[in-house]
Design a protein around this ligand. Structure first.
Ligand code: C5J
Length: 225
């Protein structure tokens, strides 16, 4: 095995080892919000079984603790809209037949509205001082946000992803990151979907074709790095 400089780490990953410099790497934790993970929120209004996402909380906490202990930059995203819905396209709000639409009142406040309890972070997964919080109106965290600027100004080149949901906001953001020139790793056990088969398919399509979107690794392998 070749020698690594002191700030470079290597994770056993697929399709090949993922190497990153701690000073140039950020953990991006996607949308660990009550509206997706807890009963009474947006996820459940769409007919989903939210307990599948609640299972992601303990590994996400482990991943977050690891990133903090290693001194990585941490970025937390939330999918949320302005109270007047001016950043929510009607196509998004009116699609499908949910029991509650974005902006409607629910048990955790107005669905996916910034500032409402449901749009906030799950307990324990809130940002600490000095960490970056991105509120995003879309599925991808680069769309209509300051994420590009935040990463460029800190000379970040590598991203490690966790959060929900795997095939929607996590995958969309990884694809956006790939097109912007970032090397990105998805931590398999720290991400989740309402549909296990979609999670598995996403993991496989990210690392297929020599890592066409990026890398994937198990949490235990990341924790060793
Ligand atoms: C969805 C997300 N699924 N965070 N949002 O609408 O994946």
């Amino acid at each position: 095995m070749s020698e690594l400089s002191s700030s470079v780490r290597r994770v056993s990953a697929q399709p090949r080892p993922f190497e990153f410099d701690v000073a140039r790497t950020a953990l991006v934790m996607i949308d660990m919000q009550r509206d997706f993970v807890e009963p009474g929120g947006f996820g459940e209004s769409l007919g989903n079984d939210v307990s599948r996402l609640a299972a992601v909380v303990p590994p996400a906490l482990e991943l977050l603790g690891w990133a903090r202990s290693r001194g990585l930059l941490v970025v937390h995203t939330r999918e949320a809209h302005r109270a007047d819905l001016s950043d929510c396209p009607p196509a998004k709000r009116l699609r499908g037949a949910p029991s509650m639409r974005i902006g409607d009142p629910g048990p955790m406040g107005r669905i996916l509205i910034d500032g409402e309890p449901g749009a906030g972070f799950v307990d324990g997964l809130e940002p600490l001082a000095g960490e970056i919080e991105i509120v995003k109106p879309g599925k991808g965290a680069f769309y209509n946000t300051t994420l590009t600027h935040s990463l460029l100004s800190r000379r970040i080149t590598h991203l490690i992803f966790g959060g929900v949901t795997t095939e929607v906001c996590v995958q969309t953001t990884m694809r956006e990151a790939n097109d912007r020139g970032y090397d990105a790793l998805l931590v398999e056990d720290a991400t989740g979907s309402y549909f296990p088969e979609f999670k598995q398919a996403t993991i496989e399509m990210i690392r297929a074709q020599g890592g066409i979107v990026g890398w994937t690794a198990r949490l235990d392998e990341v924790l060793k790095a």
